[in-house]
Design a protein. Sequence first.
Length: 127
Amino acid sequence: MQDIFEHTILCKKCGKVMKKAVVLRNGFNLRALVCPLEHDKIIHPEDEEEYRKFKELRQKEFKVKMRIVGNSYAVSIPKEIVSFMQEQEKLMNDMVRLCFEESGRLSLTFDKLIDNEIKEKIEDGNE
């Protein structure tokens, strides 16, 4: 099956050939076609669907138990979240970054995402 983005697509407003681009939304790189005169933008349907799934999952609230494991505490990550991450080809390593953001709030960042954040900071000149 051929991908629709492999074909030439014209802007419906000006008739110019749309160019391939990447649109960043909430950490997602979405394939897109953009009018050179910025009249229109088309997000790849597969990427749009995955982004929709992410937004639905993001709105869910999960209640998980905190357990004692040796001298530490463990919190389970719901299978639905892990499955989604694997679908996104963001394979997880054993190491994650855990930050105490504020009272009552922790953040967990997976290793591959840390590398991307560092790379983006370097590219932006913030590092």
